[in-house]
Ligand binder design. Structure first.
Ligand code: UAG
Ligand code: ATP
Ligand code: API
Ligand code: MG
Length: 490
């Protein structure tokens, strides 16, 4: 692509050498993966500053550099005020602004993003739409899956996958949008049609300065709604009115709203919610009509997820009857309240709860149904928010009768330090078993008929990350193996 064309949507930039004849083959923000003929964009990261890698990039074939400050180099330099935003814009231009021609739904909030995106996928597929999905578990383009490193990839990868979706005749792209992604401008080049806010509770305060900064990052999705090149299309913000910070999100957007909730008046509401051992029932009401939902998804938190998904589907002209069928026959999401059944006479649930709020929601749901005692196996991730550790431990003690603290991706931290953070000033009885497999075995062996064992924190993950190395580890697989061997030699 001609460099001039690549830069056409940038409001302001300066160049150090003429670029009218310059053509670029690709764009990269990493000097280590630059290809011959690429534009290198310098990003100031958390660990290092991309401006320090200009020479490496040029040595590896970069034909131009985009940066925020003048750098001494032989190739043309494009100076911009903010390389993060500029990168998102040139990435969108390079891939032909794919988000303009797709119906794009973005979901943000502390908990529920993955679940809502999967519910939306089930609804749209049932309505014979071709979907694309970007999120924690995987990226999916018209049914073909790709592995992921982050919940929301970097700006270049996002635009690349959106363009693959466009080529694969995807109608609707459904994307989880993390607070890191919003803060780092990864989705700045996406023209969202619908933005959903789930909830905001404590997480990621290692990265964001405080709760307000975390909120500010999340609200950027709503602030950017309607600012795309294709802003002629209707845009909507879908807001959970039961969240204590709903008003802050409403104030952050200029676009029309659709609200949902259970306790506060909203456009889409759930009434008469009832939890059963096999799922949840409720009446879903819209301004026009109502339907009874009888879904296999467990818990009130999943009712919120269904309301949010219903709102986005209705705004996308999907009939309520299709939404009802999708909810009633939902397959659920891997590692989200996933039962493990090997013929044992007690319940075993694997769930991705890794925040105080999600852990409490899941344990509360179990407490409503469990006729025996509750066992929980849980840990806290290393190199992540330390402030959530004592809170998660308190939640475990509050709701469970038997608590085992164990490892959950210690990463570069010492598991002992993580346990110390979790249990400092903690009142109550608990065990610490560092090996997650041993912890799961101990909990399963201690359970009796009618009890429930919750294995929390890793959900769909298939690894345990220790000192930068990912060892294969799958909670469901391990629980099954132990349950089978207990059956063989009771
Ligand atoms: C904390 C965080 O978000 N870090 C992200 C960030 O890394 P960073 O700022 O440390 O980057 P850096 O290493 O300082 O490098 C700065 C720049 O210099 C470049 N560089 C660096 C070295 C070199 O030799 N040459 C070079 O050009 C880098 O490519 C980069 O452009 O920018 C990188 C490039 O986009 C991301 O890969 C990286 O995500 C890391 C892997 C990560 O773990 N992120 C997690 C915390 C995350 O984003 N999580 C969210 C939320 C999860 C959820 O709760 O749902 C997610 O969306 O996944
Ligand atoms: N609406 C909700 N409110 C509170 N907790 C929820 C909600 N939905 C799901 N959860 C809990 O949070 C966990 C994570 O759910 P999910 O994966 O859908 O969220 P997420 O926002 O995608 O999380 P992540 O940021 O880690 O990707 C679930 O396993 C469940 O315990
Ligand atoms: N997206 C989240 C996932 C946390 C999952 C938990 N198993 C952990 O490793 O802390 C994060 O990277 O903070
Ligand atoms: Mg997710």
């Amino acid at each position: 692509m001609k460099m001039k064309k690549l830069l056409e949507h940038l409001p302001f930039y300066q160049v150090t050498q003429p670029i009218s004849k310059l053509t670029v083959q690709g764009i990269s923000m990493d000097s280590r993966s630059i290809g011959p003929g690429d534009l290198f964009v310098c990003i100031r990261g958390i660990k290092v500053d991309g401006h320090d890698y200009v020479q490496d990039a040029v040595n590896n074939g970069a034909v131009a550099v985009m940066c925020e400050e003048r750098v001494d180099t032989s190739v043309p330099v494009i100076l911009v005020n903010d390389t993060v935003r500029a990168l998102a814009m040139v990435a969108s231009t390079f891939y032909g602004h794919p988000s303009e021609s797709l119906h794009v739904i973005g979901v943000t909030g502390t908990n529920g993003k993955t679940t809502i995106t999967y519910l939306l996928d089930e609804i749209f597929c049932r309505h014979k739409k071709v979907t694309g999905l970007i999120g924690t578990i995987q990226i999916c383009v018209a049914g073909k899956a790709y592995p992921v490193k982050n919940t929301t990839p970097d700006a270049l990868s996002i635009q690349k996958y959106l363009s693959m979706m466009k080529k694969s005749r995807v109608d609707t792209a459904i994307m989880e949008v993390s607070s890191h992604a919003l803060d780092q401008g990864r989705v700045y080049g996406c023209d969202f049609d619908i933005a959903i806010f789930t909830n905001l509770t404590r997480d990621h305060l290692d990265y964001h300065h405080d709760f307000d900064d975390y909120l500010r990052a999340k609200s950027l999705l709503f602030a950017q709604l309607g600012n795309g090149y294709n802003s002629g299309r209707d845009k909507y913000a879908i807001i959970n009115m039961d969240s204590p910070v709903a008003k802050r999100f409403i104030r952050s957007t200029s676009q029309p709203l659709l609200t949902y909730g259970i306790n506060h008046r909203a456009d889409i509401m759930a009434k008469d919610c009832m939890l059963k051992e096999t799922g949840t029932t409720f009446t879903l009401t819209t301004p026009e009509s109502e339907v009874r939902i009888d879904s296999p998804l467990m818990g009130l938190f999943n009712v919120y997820n269904m309301l949010a998904a219903a709102g986005a589907a209705l705004l996308s002209d999907i009939p309520l009857s299709v939404i009802q069928q999708a909810f009633n026959q939902s397959r659920g999401v891997r590692g989200r309240f996933e039962p493990v059944r090997e013929g044992q006479d007690y319940g075993v649930v694997v769930d991705y709860a890794h925040t105080p709020d999600s852990l409490e929601n899941v344990l509360k749901t179990i407490a409503e149904l469990c006729t025996g005692q509750i066992h929980v196996v849980v840990g806290c991730g290393g190199d992540r928010d330390r402030s959530k550790r004592p809170l998660m431990a308190q939640v475990a003690i509050k709701w469970a009768d038997h608590v085992i603290f164990t490892s959950d991706n210690p990463r570069t931290e010492s598991p002992k330090q993580i346990f110390k953070d979790m249990t400092n000033h903690l009142q109550g009885t608990y065990k610490i078993i560092e090996s997650r497999e041993d912890a799961i075995e101990s909990a399963l062996k201690a359970a009796y008929q009618g009890d429930v064992v919750l294995i929390a924190g890793k959900g769909h993950e298939t690894y345990q990350e220790i000192n930068g190395v990912r060892h294969h580890f799958d909670d469901c697989e391990i629980a099954r193996k132990i349950l089978r061997s207990m059956k063989e030699s009771p």
